[in-house]
Design a protein around this ligand. Sequence first.
Ligand SMILES: *Cc1c(COP(=O)(O)O)cnc(C)c1O
Length: 484
Amino acid sequence: MLRRNTLKEKISIYQRRARILEPIAKHRKAYRQEVINYTEKFLENLAEDQAFKSGDGKKIYQYPFDEKAKDIKKILKIFKENVETPGLNSASGNYLAYIPGSSLYTAALGDFIADVINRVTCFYALAPGAVCLENKIIRWLSNLFRFPKSSAGNLTSDGSMANLIAMIAARDAYDVLQYEAKKIVIYLSEQTHHCIEKALHIIGLQHVTRHYVPLDSNFRIEVDTLANLIEQDKKNGLIPWMIVATAGTTNTGAIDPLSQLGDIAKKYHLWFHVDAAYGGFFVLTRHGKTLLRGIEKADSIVVDPHKGLFLPYGLGIVIVKQYKNLLRSFMREASYIKDSRFKTDELSPADLSPELSRPFRGLRMWLPLQVHGIAPFRAALEEKLLLTKYFVQEIKKIKGMELACEPQLSIVAFRYVNVAKNENVDVFNLSLQQRVKQEGKVYLSSTILRGHVYLRFACLSYRTHKNIVDELIKILKMMLKLDR
Ligand SMILES: *Cc1c(COP(=O)(O)O)cnc(C)c1O
C-alpha cells in the first residue's frame, strides 16, 4: 500500500527540486564562462560592427518558458540572434543619434557585484555603507555644481524619473495644488525635454499655464523677454511658479543662460530647475565648466550618468539644494518600517524618492570612478568636444551643408540644402537620414528646427573617435554624390 509522504519528506523533495537555483561553485564557473565568452565576443566585434541592423525582434516570442532547464549556451545563441542583433547597437561608438549611451565595462562589473550581494538600499540602517556610498556620489556632484551642504539627491533609473522627482519637490515647495492650476505659470522653452511635460501630467498639473519663452538664434531662452513675461503675468493675476532651464538641449545641445535665469528666479521667488541630463558632466571639462556657470543658482539639477559618464542605461541623478524639499515630498511612515529607522544624520534614498526596494545603483558609478580615476572621464569628454569641432570644420567644407546654429557642446544639427530645383529640402534630408541608417555603419537621427528637417550628429560615447567621424563624413559625401 502506498504511504503518503510525511511533511518532512515533502519539504525535502521540493528543496531538492529547487536546488538548481543555487548553483555550486563548479556550475557558477560554467555559467560565468559562457557569459564571459558571450560578452568578450560582443566587445571584440564592436568596433567593426554596424550601428544599426534591421529585424523586428519578434522571433523571441517563439521560445516558451519550459518547466525543464535548458542549456545556457543554446539560450545565449538564441538571445544573440534575436535580441542583441536587431535594432540600434547603443553600445557602439558609431551610434551618433539621440543622446548616445555607452557601456562602461567596470560599471557592468559593479552591477554584477551589486546584484550578487543584493543590499537593499532603501534605509541607512539596513545598508549603511551602501547608502553612504550613494550619498558620497551626491556630495561629489554637489561640489562639482557648487551646491551647499544642505543639498541632497537621489540616484534614479534615468533622467526622466530624476526630472519627475524635481518637479514633485517644486510643486510641494510652493503648495501648487492649493491654487487653481490655470493661474500657476511654468516658464520653459520649446526646446525643453518632453519628460517635463510628462512630469506635469503625472503630478496632476497638466492644466498649469505654460509660457514658452522666445529663443535666441542659438535656441537659448531670451532672458529679457522672460522678465517681461513674468511682470506681465503678475499684473494679470497669474502666479509665477517655476523656471525650467536646460543645460544641453536634446536638439542642439544649447545651454540656457543659467546665471541670468537664476537671478530672475531669485528676484521673483520662483523655483529654478536645471535639466542638465545631457550636458551636466561637461562640467568636468574647462569649456563646459565655463558654460555651466550659474548652475549653482538652481534649486534642483538633473544629470544622467548613463549619458555623460558613459555608464550603461539605468542611472539618472537629481540633486535638490535644500534636502527638506525632498523629505517633504517623499518621507512617510509605516508600522512595518519603524525598526529600519533610527536617528542619524545620513539621509536614506527611500525618504527622497518614490521608491522603496530599489537596486544598489551607486556601485555602477562608484566603481568606475574609483578604478579609473576621474582623469580619463575628463579626457573622453574633452575629446567629444574636439571631435564636434572637427565634424563642424569638415561639414562646412561640403558645399550646400548648413548648420542650425553653432554647437555649444557635442551636438550638431545640420542639413543639406543644395538639392535639385524640383526637390524639397526637408524630404531630401529625411531620406538622407534613412539612407545613412540603411547603410548601417553609423546611425544619425533627425529632428525639426524652425519648421525644417535637420540631421543630428550627437557625439557622447567614449567609444566614438576621429576615425568614426571620418567614416561619417565619407558616408555623407558618398550619399550626396550618389544623388547627383
Ligand atoms: C536624455 C534627456 C532627458 C531624459 O533622460 P532619460 O535618461 O532618457 O530618461 C531629459 N532631459 C534631457 C535634456 C535629456 O537629454
